[in-house]
Design a protein. Structure first.
Length: 78
């Protein structure tokens, strides 16, 4: 469900004066909103991680491939 579809599905609870007091979502919309928020939080964490390793040593081409193969081998032996 897209963000615009979520916004269109919102229902408002109103008081006696007709003022909005709360928002009501059906469960499908709530699940979609929660999923969207979780994805945004994951993207934010990924951005933080990328910034944290920005200055770290970088490996290119064949060296990177060899390092990755070593990582996979070490991981499978654990």
């Amino acid at each position: 469900m897209s963000a615009s579809a979520i916004l269109e599905a919102v229902q408002f609870v109103v008081d006696k004066q007709g003022q909005h007091t709360a928002v009501l979502l059906d469960l499908q919309t709530w699940d979609s909103l929660r999923y969207l928020l979780e994805e945004m939080a994951e993207d934010e964490r990924l951005g933080q991680l990328m910034r944290a390793v920005e200055g770290d040593e970088k490996f290119v081409r064949e060296t990177a491939r060899q390092m990755y193969q070593t990582f996979l081998t070490d991981d499978s032996e654990s």
